[in-house]
Design a protein around this ligand. Structure first.
Ligand SMILES: *Cc1c(COP(=O)(O)O)cnc(C)c1O
Length: 396
């Protein structure tokens, strides 16, 4: 392992690139070199870089009020929560600063609901292999990658990981100690693996029959990424009881939220949970500004159209370079290419063409441009991918 020069934890394998500023889908290094950003901060910069409406919202709020804590009422939180609820299954919202914290709130909401309903033995959260739910001890216990647990002590009690798509294993695992089932409607870090629609409907039915709660992690696939406000909204009859979101809702400002039905949130009474920064006015101003754009008429339809266009181009690349790309999959602007060569080589080749992408599990390269990307910019990105793959093929 090489040691980095910076006095920082070596916890990240950082690419030696330093960006000074960004504009739309473009990033610029301190030397002025331009990159097309199809990584979008790992599906965070939903509206790209320097979006004027977000910049304005943050500036205006910064001049008015930064922070007062959750000791007082928050009209900014009420407004954003109201809009999240109006546009989803949810009736209650708890704001956080990250995806991980949103999942923590979800776990506590689920367990406490059973506790308050006379079933304190129901603590198990069933999760799936390949899933990613964050990096806290509970989140790595819930995650489907045991590598993240290594050296950090025992997995927390009450987290059961099952193979992805194994119905028999699921039936066998559900029992009198089950509190909730947790799933990403589209696995992000796991390699852009969408859960089949009938499976999510099946999970909803199973949860109803067994009196257990269904939790979705839409931290990556939510807030317009798949062309619907939330990914599960593509599916009839598959609404969750609790849902964690983050990433896109802040457009680059740290915001997360745990959404819940009135019933599921009913046990979270004063004193059960808290946060210092969660729902801070700056974060709420930006979250509301993101929704101004994402919920505007036609925005999500455009994400869909652009997603279809991108998906087709990626499928063509897979056809053209079958020795490098096995297949393309994904919804909206959450697309992945499963590789036949190491995915990190493809990410590096794209970067050599000044295009940013993100590796994922299952040997996938994630292509997640800002939702504001234009078709022209998508074409530009695809041309860069084509050039990179062509160079890779010539070198094979
Ligand atoms: C990124 C991510 C998380 C963790 O979010 P953080 O903001 O990094 O804590 C959780 N779940 C999913 C699906 C994610 O993509």
């Amino acid at each position: 392992m090489t040691k980095s020069q910076a006095p920082l934890y070596d916890a990240f394998a950082r690419v030696p690139l330093q960006f000074e500023r960004g504009e739309g889908v473009r990033l610029y290094t301190f030397e002025g070199e331009e990159y097309l950003d199809f990584a979008a901060g790992i599906a965070v910069n939903a509206l790209g870089h320097g979006h004027p409406h977000l910049v304005e919202a943050l500036k205006t709020q910064a001049e008015a009020l930064w922070h007062v804590s959750n000791l007082y009422e928050s009209p900014q939180q009420t407004k954003l929560a109201g809009r999240l609820c109006e546009n989803s299954f949810a009736e209650r919202v708890f704001f956080t600063n990250s995806g991980t914290e949103s999942l923590e709130a979800a776990f506590k909401t689920a367990r406490r609901w059973h506790y308050d309903n006379g079933n304190p033995e129901r603590i198990d959260i069933i999760t799936f292999e390949g899933a990613f739910h964050g990096r806290s001890l509970a989140a790595i216990s819930a995650g489907g990658n045991s590598k993240y647990m290594e050296g950090f002590g025992p997995k927390l009690e009450g987290f059961i990981s099952l193979p992805f798509g194994d119905h028999d294993a699921l039936k066998a695992a559900v029992g009198p100690t089950t509190a909730a089932i947790l799933i990403e409607p589209v696995q992000g870090e796991g390699g852009i693996r969408p859960v089949p629609h009938q499976c999510l409907r099946g999970l909803r039915k199973l949860c109803d029959e067994q009196g257990i709660l269904l939790i979705y992690d839409e931290v990556q696939c939510g807030v317009g990424r798949t062309g619907r406000f939330f990914a599960h909204q593509w599916i009839e009859g598959a609404e969750p009881d609790i849902m964690a979101i983050a990433k896109g809702i802040g457009g680059g400002f740290p915001v997360g939220a745990c959404l819940a039905s009135e019933e599921a949130a009913s046990a979270m009474q004063p004193g059960t949970h808290g946060t210092t920064y969660g729902g801070n006015p700056l974060a709420m101003a930006v979250g509301n500004a993101v929704l101004d754009v994402v919920l505007e008429g036609g925005f999500l339809e455009a994400v869909n159209d652009k997603g279809r266009f991108l998906r087709q181009r990626l499928a063509e690349l897979a056809d053209t370079y079958p020795d490098i790309i096995e297949l393309a999959r994904g919804d909206g602007l959450l697309q992945g290419m499963k590789c036949r060569v190491p995915n990190i080589d493809v990410v590096a080749a794209f970067r050599d063409q000044n295009l940013l992408s993100v590796p994922a599990g299952d040997n996938v390269v994630r292509i997640m441009p800002p939702l504001t990307v234009t078709e022209e910019e998508l074409k530009e990105g695809v041309a860069k991918m084509d050039a990179a793959l062509s160079a890779m093929q010539a070198a094979q």
